[in-house]
Write a protein that binds this ligand. Sequence first.
Ligand SMILES: Cc1cc2nc3c(=O)[nH]c(=O)nc-3n(C[C@H](O)[C@H](O)[C@H](O)COP(=O)(O)OP(=O)(O)OC[C@H]3O[C@@H](n4cnc5c(N)ncnc54)[C@H](O)[C@@H]3O)c2cc1C
Length: 410
Amino acid sequence: MKTKEQDVDIIVSGAGHAGLTLSLLLAKAGFQVGLIDPAPLKAISDIKPSGRTVALLNSSINVLKAAIQTLDLDKISTPLQTMRIVDDSGHGKDLMPVEFRASEINEDQFGFNIPNAILKNILTLEVLKTKNIVVLDESKLKAYDVKGQQVFATLDDGRTITGKIIIGTDGRNSVVRDSAGIDIKRHDYGQTALTCLISHSKPHNNTSTEFHRSGGPFTFVPMKGDQCSVVWAEKNEDAKAFLSMKRQDFERAIQDRSHGLLGIITLASPPESWPLILLSADKITGNRAAIAAEAIHVLSPIGAQGLNLSLRDVATLAETLIDAARLGEDIGAPLVLERYEARRRVDIKSHVIGIDGLNRAVGNNLSFVAELRRLGLKGLNTIPVLKNFVMNQGLNPHMDDGRIVSGGGV
Ligand SMILES: Cc1cc2nc3c(=O)[nH]c(=O)nc-3n(C[C@H](O)[C@H](O)[C@H](O)COP(=O)(O)OP(=O)(O)OC[C@H]3O[C@@H](n4cnc5c(N)ncnc54)[C@H](O)[C@@H]3O)c2cc1C
């Protein structure tokens, strides 16, 4: 059993995309960071093709660039220049596509689509070469204690680490959140997201297409070449049936749902599945503790908002701690943590409520709800001012514009 003690400024528990990005932002500002994760933190050389990708808005890319100055987007991502929403609720009505073009709000693109595993690998490599991040991998945070101005964290292999504050980016079952006594609300949608990579015979023209269907959303997100990642939500029992299909039948099911938009479709990676829940924490801070990302909110993938919201959490938290240190304040003090809570409240609440409402409305089979949905889309198509407002607020949010999110770095 290892019992070596480490002393750092900030303990970060959880090295997913959010925890890795946060650790880099804090380390770049000069903090000594201790990063804990049960998985081994190492680069992977043979990343397999997968449908798990993240569509990240321009503001999220600013956060990643603040964490990794040498980020080469051309190499790893595909620009998202047009977002298309199609009402495919059945009910004998025509499909009614609404297209949002980045050029309509004077942007080159809304954001970029990046394979999850590739992004994680790049963040991991950067963490491993950053001197002031102490990696405590292959072990879980078990518990922590606060004594005076110090946090004492214990790992399940017996190692201990001390710091001025502990941050939980440790996901939906966050130990930091539970230890801080923060309550959550959780709802199981009874839906599963199926993901896969497809190749297609027609070009995607950097357009992402979201079909609103009664089982849930069905989305094509462009990748390099003539490929797209697919995110497809279905009721649990239907998802199970699709997953047990033969390859050709699964391809035909995708083909049917695509209405021929992308020509002939073939699978380029095996389908994977993800249970869909809604989780929302009542608070985001505790005694010398703060939580961020999926420790606060787990959303349906509709609208691709999850990691975007998480990156705004970690950028704001990093900024709050950096500014407090520059002012000579105690970074774990309640006053400092209250600033983080106040800056994140509206963005988080509005997205948790908005994405939940959208997911329920899209999955709703009642004809009057479908009609309301169609009326909403028709309004967007015919009232340019409304469409511009939605694009600016929904696809390019300016709600929590700190310097990191706006591209000003740490
Ligand atoms: C199908 C699907 C499609 C999506 N598409 C998009 C998209 O297009 N755009 C977008 O913005 N978002 C999207 N999302 C959401 C996005 O993928 C997630 O928000 C993101 O991957 C979560 O990252 P995270 O770092 O918050 O959490 P996680 O990746 O869950 O990281 C948590 C980390 O904490 C560690 N951990 C757990 N317990 C402990 C412990 N006790 N001690 C220490 N460490 C611990 C875990 O090992 C893990 O590394 C999608 C989600 C799904 C399901």
